[in-house]
Write a protein that binds this ligand. Structure first.
Ligand code: SF4
Length: 524
């Protein structure tokens, strides 16, 4: 295993540069040679600690990061392999992890992944047997086995987070999931791509307040008009490029390609020095498809600009006045003071005093009424029912257990399932009959029917303005969960515990019997 990335990110004096490469749907030829040449040039330049390679980006098939990474790795350049949960079940994922360990490639970026895109014959099956938290936990556990088999290095697993969420519920859902990822064993963070410096600062501030010490790399992207338009239209899940930024980029490239490129490099370098100034451990550069030249130019410019980074801050403030911020200084000129306060933990209360939070979700009376009828009251009902029938510390629990034992012994569980459990759970939860119920972890919503990625430990990064990446007319189930819990003053439940993957061996059996007989994931 090369330890360049691991050593650099652990070095307190080093500002780390990583570079994202995106393989195409070819096993060789120009596109693959170009990526290998970029990696070789990055290695020769010496300022890049690792290249990261995407895993079927957008859910569309492409050359595997494992094979491309291995080729790059053998040239001496360290590699971070993106590892998503979309295309394989847990057996395939564990096997892939063992293969990567055998190849020596143990820097992993663990991701839930975009939803399935199109392959041979149409759209593929979205697997999502795990979410990114469970994947991180699996890699963490595998490290124990690697150590036992005398492999000196374990996986060095990182996670992604998007600070660029516009509503309180989405922000909280993202950050609570980040907490779970860290708890599960993530050792570094790479942010989603964005252009709002206050949001970048929000992540740093929160990490400082929460005592999160793992290093964070911030994404910086070389925006071309094509990429800017796609991101502006929401075609890249979770990425926001505002109308004004998109129009500015189109104009810049209209004059001449050279002007466009110059401005893209300038913008990336300006953002990068701000990110260095506010305390990110490094930057993760994306949007490099042709040559290493632009990366070299960004890094050269950074060296010139970095001492005046405060001068560029105003150029990266959002125009969206309704965007929600957990922490924001009331006066933009206080930005520097706030950062100093963050760095000196003694003054953290000072930041809180200057907080201005705004919500993107103005609620009218009719909306309120609708939300109460469709969301809050069903939640309260389910919560009461759960307390009554599925609380293992209640006095009635032994009675339910005895009843479950009797009907299970007599093979009559199907009667309960068919005539009571299935109809009621279908009506209230659109239940899919997985037999290993997880509704209590998501404010009494079903992760099988409610979330296209079946997430059990928090929101994926793809939601936009509170709506689901996949079912765009439905609110993300984690946004709904936060709103439900907020009304009951129980938002701490959103990141309460690690939720294991569903037990597929229980599919189509009675979850009620499984619970009371201790067969499901909640067994003690
Ligand atoms: S419901 Fe939320 S977590 Fe699930 S796929 Fe949609 S946006 Fe992602």
């Amino acid at each position: 295993m090369l330890r360049i990335f691991n050593n650099d990110i652990s070095n307190p004096d080093k500002f780390v540069i990583t570079l994202e490469l995106v393989p195409k749907r070819e096993s060789g030829g120009l596109s693959t040679d170009t990526l290998i040449n970029i990696a070789k040039d990055a290695f020769a330049d010496g300022r890049v600690s690792a290249v990261s390679i995407t895993d079927n980006p957008g859910g569309n098939p492409s050359l595997s990061p494992d094979v491309l990474g291995y080729e790059i790795f053998r040239h001496g350049m360290d590699v971070i392999v993106h590892f998503t949960c979309r295309d394989m079940n847990r057996a395939g994922m564990e096997s892939r992890a063992l293969q990567l360990a055998r190849m020596g490639m143990k820097n992993i970026l663990a991701l839930t992944g975009d939803y399935s895109g199109k392959g041979f014959g149409g759209q593929g099956t979205p697997v999502f047997d795990f979410d990114s938290v469970i994947l991180t936990k699996m890699l963490h556990k595998l490290n124990e086995r690697l150590a036992a088999s005398e492999d000196p290095d374990g996986f060095f697993t990182g996670c992604a987070v998007s600070p660029f969420k516009t509503t309180e519920a989405e922000c909280e859902a993202q950050y609570r999931k980040l907490d779970r990822k860290i708890e599960a064993g993530a050792s570094f963070i790479i942010t989603q791509l964005g252009y709002d410096v206050d949001k970048f600062q929000e992540l740093i501030t929160r990490s400082s307040i929460k005592g999160i010490t793992i290093p964070a790399l911030a994404s910086v992207y070389m925006l071309s008009p094509k990429a800017a338009k796609a991101m502006n239209r929401g075609k890249v899940p979770g990425v926001i490029v505002s109308d004004s930024l998109c129009n500015r980029i189109i104009k810049e490239w209209e004059n001449s390609k050279q002007d466009g490129l110059h401005n893209a490099i300038e913008r990336a370098a300006r953002l990068a020095v701000i990110l260095k100034g506010i305390g990110y451990k490094g930057i993760h550069i994306g949007g490099i498809h042709r040559s290493f030249k632009a990366v070299g130019a960004i890094l050269d410019k950074m060296a010139i600009m970095e001492h005046n980074w405060q001068d560029y801050v105003e150029g990266f403030r959002t125009e969206d006045k309704n965007c929600f911020y957990i922490y924001r200084t009331s006066d933009s000129k206080k930005f520097d003071n706030a950062i100093e306060s963050i760095i000196s933990k003694d003054n953290l209360h000072t930041i809180n005093e200057t907080v201005v939070s705004s919500s993107k979700e103005p609620v009218t009376t009719i909306e309120n009424l609708k939300e109460n009828l469709l969301d809050h009251y069903p939640y309260l009902l389910l919560k009461q029912l759960h307390e009554l029938f599925f609380n293992k510390s209640s006095s009635l629990s032994p009675v339910y257990k005895a009843f479950a034992e009797v009907i299970d012994k007599n093979n009559k569980a199907w009667i309960l399932k068919m005539f009571i459990e299935d109809p009621s759970k279908r009506l209230l939860l659109s239940c899919k009959g997985c037999g290993d119920c997880g509704i209590q972890h998501i404010a009494f919503q079903c992760p099988e029917s409610g979330c296209p990625k079946h997430t059990r430990n928090g929101a994926c990064g793809g939601s936009r303005d509170g709506f689901c990446e996949v079912d765009k007319d439905k609110k993300c189930i984690w946004v709904r969960a936060f709103n439900r819990l907020k009304k009951s003053d129980k938002t701490e439940n959103l990141s309460k515990e690690f939720v294991p993957p569903r037990m597929w061996e229980l599919n189509n059996t009675s979850s009620w019997i499984n619970f009371h007989l201790g067969r499901d994931h909640q067994k003690e």
